[in-house]
Design a protein around this ligand. Structure first.
Ligand code: SF4
Ligand code: SF4
Length: 345
C-alpha cells in the first residue's frame, strides 16, 4: 500500500486547490448540526466531528432531480437532467461506513439488468476521500455489518488522524491520481507506527455483536412471528430512519406540467410511509407499522443477501440516533438474534 502524509493545517489550501476542478461535498456545521453539503471554500469544512446528520448519498441520489423534460407539444425531444458533466465530484471527509454504503448503492443502481445512467453518471465522476473514525459513537455498529472504523472499502483515499497530521492510505488509481496532483510527502516508519496504534485502539472499541448469516436465518424463520407487532408498536411511520440512511434508496417519479413544459421528476420516497405500497384498487399489502418496519429490516438483513450478498445496512447508527421514538434497530435485531429473552423494547 502507498502511504502519504499531510499536515492538518494544509487541508484548507488542499481543498481550495481542488475546488475549481471538483464539485466538493464535505462535512460542514450549520445551525449547530453537522451536515454533508456542497462547499464553496475549504475553510467551511470541519473534520473534528463524530458523524453527520444526513448521509452523503445526496451526492449521487439527489432528493429531487429532473430526469427528462419535454416541450408540451408534439415535439418529443427529451433532454437529460441538468448535471454539470464537465465537473468531477469529490466526497471529502466521509466516514468509512458511508463510503461502504456507496458500494451497496452501486449494486442496486448498476445492476446489469437495470443500469441507472443518472446515478452512474455521478458515481463515475466521484472520488471518495474518507476519514477513519478514531472515536466511534455509542450508536455505531459498523463491525456487525461487515465494516470497521478504518475500512477502506468504497474509498479512493483513507485519511487517518495521527495528531497534527493525517496519514493518507492510497486505495485506488483515482486516489493515486489525486495524491500525485497534490505532490504529497511520503511517510516515515514512526508515523506508520502511530497510525497502527490509532487504528487498533479504535477497532477495540467496536466489536461485532452478531453473525449476519445467523441473523438472516433467524429473521427468515420469524417472518410471521408476533414479535414484530410488539417491537414496532411505537413506530410513527415518519420515515426519518430511511431519509437519513445512507443505503435506503426508494424513490417515486412524477410528471409535472408547467407552462409549455413537462418534466419527469424523481424524488426520495420511504417504505415506512403508509401509502408507499397502496395499490390503485385501494388494497395495501403493508397496511400497518408492523408490515412496514418488518419490510425495512427484512430487506436490509435478508433480501439484500439474496440479491447482493451484502447487508443493506452499514451500521452508521443514524436511524438509532434520529428516530423520534428511540426505536433502536440494534435492539430489534438482537431480539430476533435471541440475545434478549423477552421481546419487548
Ligand atoms: S422507526 Fe422511528 S424514524 Fe423510522 S419510521 Fe418509525 S418512528 Fe420514524
Ligand atoms: S439502517 Fe440505520 S444504521 Fe443501518 S445504514 Fe441505515 S441508518 Fe445506518
Amino acid at each position: 500500500m502507498d502511504y502519504r502524509i499531510i499536515k492538518k493545517s494544509k487541508i484548507t489550501e488542499y481543498l481550495n486547490n481542488l475546488i475549481n476542478e471538483y464539485v466538493i461535498f464535505a462535512p460542514i456545521e450549520k445551525d449547530d448540526i453537522v451536515l454533508y453539503d456542497r462547499i464553496k471554500s475549504g475553510d467551511e469544512v470541519i473534520l473534528d466531528y463524530s458523524n453527520s446528520v444526513n448521509s452523503p448519498k445526496e451526492a449521487v441520489i439527489p432528493q429531487l432531480e429532473t430526469l427528462i423534460s419535454c416541450k408540451n407539444n408534439e415535439d418529443i425531444t427529451c433532454v437529460k437532467e441538468h448535471l454539470d458533466e464537465q465537473k468531477r465530484f469529490l466526497l471529502f471527509g466521509a466516514r468509512p461506513c458511508d463510503a461502504r454504503s456507496l458500494l451497496f448503492l452501486d449494486k442496486v443502481f448498476n445492476d446489469e439488468k437495470c443500469r441507472d445512467v443518472y446515478y452512474m453518471n455521478r458515481r463515475n465522476a466521484l472520488t471518495i476521500i474518507s476519514l477513519g473514525c478514531t472515536r466511534p459513537q455509542e450508536t455505531c455498529f459498523c463491525t456487525t455489518t461487515g465494516g470497521s472504523p478504518f475500512s477502506s472499502e468504497g474509498s479512493d483515499l483513507l485519511f487517518v488522524d495521527i495528531g497534527d497530521d493525517y496519514i493518507i492510505q492510497v486505495i485506488t488509481e483515482k486516489g493515486a491520481e489525486l495524491v500525485e496532483k497534490l505532490d504529497l510527502e511520503n511517510t516515515q516508519n514512526d508515523e506508520l507506527t502511530k497510525m497502527d496504534i490509532v487504528i487498533n485502539k479504535s477497532k477495540a472499541r467496536i466489536e461485532p455483536e452478531m453473525e449476519l448469516k445467523i441473523l438472516k436465518d433467524k429473521l427468515d424463520s420469524s417472518f410471521e412471528g408476533s414479535a414484530w407487532e410488539i417491537l414496532t408498536e411505537k413506530c410513527l411511520s415518519c420515515g426519518i430512519c430511511t431519509y437519513h440512511c445512507p443505503t435506503c434508496h426508494c424513490f417515486d417519479m412524477i410528471d409535472e406540467e408547467t407552462k409549455g413544459k413537462v418534466e419527469r421528476i424523481r424524488l426520495w420516497d420511504s417504505c415506512q410511509f403508509p401509502h408507499f405500497t397502496m395499490q390503485t384498487s385501494g388494497f395495501n399489502p403493508r397496511p400497518t407499522y408492523k408490515e412496514r418496519y418488518r419490510q425495512r429490516i427484512m430487506h436490509k438483513f435478508s433480501y439484500c443477501f439474496d440479491n447482493y450478498n451484502m447487508a443493506g445496512c452499514v451500521g452508521c447508527g443514524r436511524c438509532v440516533s434520529q428516530c423520534p421514538v428511540n426505536l433502536d434497530i440494534r435492539q430489534v435485531l438482537t431480539a430476533f438474534y435471541g440475545k434478549h429473552e423477552e421481546i419487548r423494547l
